[in-house]
Design a protein around this ligand. Structure first.
Ligand SMILES: *Cc1c(COP(=O)(O)O)cnc(C)c1O
Ligand code: SF4
Length: 346
């Protein structure tokens, strides 16, 4: 038997940290010894997509640095309110329609389940910024429906828990879900897409590690980090709890103008991740969501960046440059582009 969470009935530390996330621009700025003036009054203090960031993530920002790559992933700017051509409220197309019942079955063999509407951090570039799904938590009837859906389709081998952030649900709830998925024989793999291991490392509780490593399902945890500065000692220690388990750790990033759009920064991220036993998986081209245009990196430049990475790193540390195109049977990947054959660097 899997023991229940010791802390059932009271809130574990990580839930308190989650509840205490910073949701006020001036509060964030004051923690960083910055003023609105330092940011040329370009900051939006009352954005439609609210500001939200964990104290732990803020501690990794450099005080007094208005260009900090972590800060600029979460700080709302007025420029977000400019309407840009080719940018949409729902760039992935099927969001509004498919997410009603929390199931997105677009690709062969794997189904994505919206497990929670909430996140611990609101990333300004996120495609869900116009659909924060705060009320879209996985209710019990929706979970029953999802299970029926999985049971009735033997081609489904993998369930992907996504969101929002699926790890905002309690260990107890996750244990229950896992136990029920394990009973569906054709399901082999559970994948979890979560930014919590990075932005709220205390979420990696011993209970969570035990639950995931005791499952009959193969477990893949895809974390989300965009810059090596995010991977501090705390995060490394949290990820180290997976050492010796057979849980596969991968990372996905989004390519972001002004944050990580250099081969140097990306290579550094890959190496830092590898040091924490995490392999880079996808580097996403930004979804063209209204309000995020200032983060865009031209596709040609993106391909050159992964090309440069390929010249610096072993192949397994070069993420696949991926793009979501509505209607395709898989994510499209863009090949790295290299200027010309280079001489061998010994
Ligand atoms: C990205 C995604 C997946 C997973 O795709 P992989 O290429 O296997 O990582 C599955 N379903 C949906 C809807 C997705 O957007
Ligand atoms: S879904 Fe991911 S990218 Fe979007 S706000 Fe939440 S953590 Fe950030």
């Amino acid at each position: 038997m899997i023991p229940l969470t010791a802390s059932e009935g009271q809130y574990p530390t990580w839930q308190k940290s989650l509840a205490n996330a910073i949701t006020d621009v001036d509060q964030l700025l004051s923690k960083l010894a910055l003023t609105r003036d330092d940011l040329h009054n370009a900051v939006d203090i009352n954005p439609d997509f609210p500001i939200k960031v964990t104290a732990s993530f803020v501690r990794r920002m450099v005080k007094g640095d208005a260009n900090d790559p972590l800060l600029n992933q979460v700080l709302p700017y007025k420029v977000e309110n400019q309407i840009q051509p080719h940018y949409h409220r729902d760039p992935v197309g099927d969001l509004a329609a498919n997410r009603q019942d929390g199931i997105i079955h677009k690709y062969h063999g794997r189904v994505l389940l919206i497990t929670s509407g909430a996140c611990a951090i609101n990333c300004r570039y996120c495609f869900r910024r116009h659909f924060p799904y705060q009320d879209n938590a996985l209710s019990s009837p929706r979970w029953q429906m999802a299970k029926t859906y999985f049971r009735n389709d033997p081609s489904i081998k993998e369930i992907i828990l996504s969101g929002g952030d699926p790890l905002v649900i309690s260990d107890h709830r996750l244990q229950g879900m896992l136990a029920e998925l394990e009973q569906i024989h054709h399901i082999q793999t559970l994948r979890i897409h979560s930014r919590l291991p990075v932005v709220l490392p205390e979420r990696i509780t011993d209970d969570l590690v035990n639950t995931l490593s005791n499952s009959r399902l193969r477990v893949v945890l895809v974390i989300h980090s965009n810059h090596s500065q995010e991977i501090n000692h705390e995060v490394k220690q949290a990820l180290a709890k997976f050492n010796g388990t057979d849980i596969v750790l991968l990372n996905q990033s989004v390519l972001l103008n002004g944050i990580n759009d250099s081969a140097e920064i990306l290579a550094n991220l890959s190496e830092t991740l590898f040091d924490a036993r995490v392999l880079p998986y996808y580097l996403h081209v930004l979804d063209k969501v209204q309000g995020a245009a200032h983060f865009a990196v031209e596709e040609d430049r993106a391909k050159r960046l992964t090309g440069e990475m390929a010249l610096k790193l072993p192949g397994y540390l070069v993420p696949k440059l991926a793009k979501e195109q509505p209607g395709w049977g898989a994510k499209t990947t863009l090949a790295p582009s290299m200027a010309k054959p280079t001489t061998i660097r010994r």
